[in-house]
Design a protein around this ligand. Structure first.
Ligand SMILES: [Zn+2]
Length: 300
């Protein structure tokens, strides 16, 4: 997911300023599909018996002309050539009033892959995505971080009273008894799907997840579920370290996961708040070794 080729684009689609990206349109969906070049393969759409939310109306008309660059920290940073996370059969937007769904190439790619992984095991429910960053990063209303394209909020997966997937139109708070209320419905926190999302984030070879913030009780439900289905000890250890409880006084995170990925290795002026988890360090070393082997392998 590096430099994009524009040879196939008629020249009149190219923005005048190469540093620019076309605006997001809420009212008028783009009629030209210039969505991200490297789309993940999407499984056949499943018939959806549960409740589906309306489209957010947020879409980006063009793709950035260069790879994304994350600068600074999540609380004081910016984003250049951000990539827009589009809604799809696997992903939906909430908190969409400002269409802040811009992230690094790496984060947007990871979101699309984990949405696919959850849907492959538990079809019928899209991944609920709250805000990422603004188009060029920086201060963003309602968040202390989310400034340089590396933070994303994920709404939880819910089931309705008939046990069918239910997509609320916003991030909704889960109660102590695992229920939640939306649109007059009583919903239940879908532990299996929500755990699968955590597992997908931690087992994706390139996501490089730094933290997953969530309420302490929800964290316990997820880890207990992981134990009950017999996940590998290593995965359990990673989950128990990455799933963090918010500090006292911070947002309690009873209505969403806050996920942050590490600085992309290529973004030299990007700063992490803490060091790499040992398994992320290993994953990066393995990727580097694979890349080197691919370069040095003699041509057939
Ligand atoms: Zn957040």
């Amino acid at each position: 997911m590096r430099l994009l080729s524009f040879a196939f684009l008629p020249f009149f689609f190219l923005p005048l300023d190469p540093a620019d990206i076309a605006p997001v349109s809420k009212a008028l969906p783009s009629t030209v599909d210039l969505a991200p070049v490297a789309r993940v393969a999407t499984p056949e759409p499943e018939p959806v018996p549960g409740h589906r939310a309306e489209p957010s109306g947020c879409t980006a008309a063009t793709v950035p002309l260069a790879e994304s660059v994350s600068t600074g920290t999540p609380t004081r940073g910016r984003l250049t050539h951000g990539k827009f996370l589009e809604e799809s059969e696997l992903v939906r937007h909430v908190d969409a009033s400002d269409c802040n769904f811009w992230g690094t190439d790496e984060l947007v790619g990871a979101i699309e892959r984990v949405a696919t992984a959850v849907a492959e095991e538990h079809p019928g429910h899209r991944l609920t995505v709250g805000e990422l960053s603004k188009r060029r990063g920086g201060d963003i209303r309602g968040h202390g971080s989310h400034e340089n394209g590396r933070d994303v909020d994920f709404g939880f997966y819910f089931l309705d009273e008939a046990g069918l997937p239910y997509e609320p139109g916003r991030l909704i708070r889960v109660r102590r008894d695992k229920t939640a209320r939306a649109d007059g419905e009583v919903l239940t926190f879908d532990v299996a799907r929500n755990w699968k999302l955590v597992e997908a984030l931690l087992t994706d070879e390139e996501a490089d997840v730094n933290i997953i913030l969530v309420d302490a009780r929800i964290r316990r439900w997820l880890l207990a579920h992981a134990r009950s289905i017999g996940v590998a000890d290593e995965l359990y250890r990673h989950a128990s370290r990455v799933l963090l409880r918010p500090r006292r006084g911070d947002h309690p995170h009873r209505n969403h996961f806050h996920v942050r990925v590490y600085c992309p290795e290529s973004d030299e002026r990007c700063r992490d708040f803490n060091g790499l988890w040992d398994w992320v360090e290993r994953a990066r070393a393995e990727r580097a070794a694979r890349a080197e082997a691919a370069v040095t392998r003699p041509a057939a």
